[in-house]
Design a protein around this ligand. Structure first.
Ligand code: MF3
Ligand code: CO
Ligand code: CO
Length: 272
């Protein structure tokens, strides 16, 4: 443990937040999750990803919040929408959703200076068996990672929990993108790897805020970025899925800031 000039506590270069900061993250995380809840009914065959993004942007504005992605490194949209073999950072556009398409929608909002970052999978039309399996394993792998979050464990424990689960289902974990610290900035230390060895990496401590956002491929883990400089796809064109939560380490485990208010995080939720 060390103290920085401004009196902020850090450990291994990772900021340690206070109880009052959890309050800020709760509000930001909740809004991001609620927006994804609200657009779920718009994910239908024939819908364009550009229209979905515009709806998201309107909801961010209506809530009096800001989009963290608009203007981020030249990105111009309120969400990333990644279809089928797109791993992440898909750019919303005129493309119409087709029957059986699976898509990740990733939204990051800023509320009172705090960043809430979450993504989940959606399905247009009828979900086929192999897509369903991929989505289920990816979803469950995120929660395997979350279960490893408690003081005294390490970041390597999180990565190991995710990787061993995914590979046990004969799928692969993307190495080229990772989770990240966040708080009053979008991306902060550490890099949260979704693979690794148990017991390695920085030790988790109460007050750390970060995302866990595993990307899982049905085929090989390699990715490439298209000429638009954003869209990352699987090199072998196999299907890819991702789920993301923002969490804060507590004394006994973690708090998930981006829980779905409507319990719609899992794509096969049943409306109650
Ligand atoms: N929300 C993404 C993440 O999970 C980052 C998107 S950056 C963008 O870290 F510019 F592509 F939107
Ligand atoms: Co993120
Ligand atoms: Co995100």
């Amino acid at each position: 443990m060390q103290k920085e000039a401004r009196g902020q506590q850090t450990r291994d270069g990772i900021r340690l937040f206070q109880e009052v900061d959890f309050v800020g993250m709760r509000a930001a995380g909740k809004l991001a999750a609620q927006i994804l809840d609200e657009i779920a009914d718009e994910i239908v065959v024939g819908q364009t990803t550009g229209k979905i993004d515009k709806l998201i942007e309107q909801k961010v504005t209506a809530a009096g919040a800001q989009s963290a992605t608009i203007g981020y490194k030249g990105y111009r949209h309120a969400s990333c929408i990644s279809l089928n073999h797109v791993v992440c950072h898909g750019i919303p556009g005129d493309k119409k959703l087709k029957d059986g398409d699976i898509l990740n929608i990733d939204v990051t909002v800023i509320v009172d200076g705090w960043y809430g970052d979450t993504s989940r999978m959606f399905v247009a039309g009828k979900l086929d068996r192999k897509s369903e399996r991929l989505i289920q394993v990816t979803h469950d792998s995120l929660f395997m990672g979350i279960e490893a979050v408690k003081p005294g464990n390490t970041f390597g424990d999180i990565g190991h929990a995710i990787q061993s689960f995914v590979e046990g289902h004969r799928m692969s974990v993307v190495r080229d993108f990772c989770g990240h610290g966040l708080g009053r900035v979008f991306h902060a230390p550490p890099n949260v790897l979704h693979y690794g060895r148990a017991g390695t990496g920085p030790v988790l401590q109460e007050g750390m805020f970060f995302t866990i956002e595993p990307m899982v491929n049905l085929g090989r883990p390699e990715t490439k970025v298209l000429a638009d400089d954003w869209t990352a796809v699987t090199r072998d064109r196999s299907l890819s899925a991702q789920f993301e939560h923002s969490v804060g380490v507590t004394a006994t485990g973690c708090e998930i800031f981006t829980l779905s208010p409507g319990n719609r995080f899992h794509p096969t939720y049943t409306a109650t």
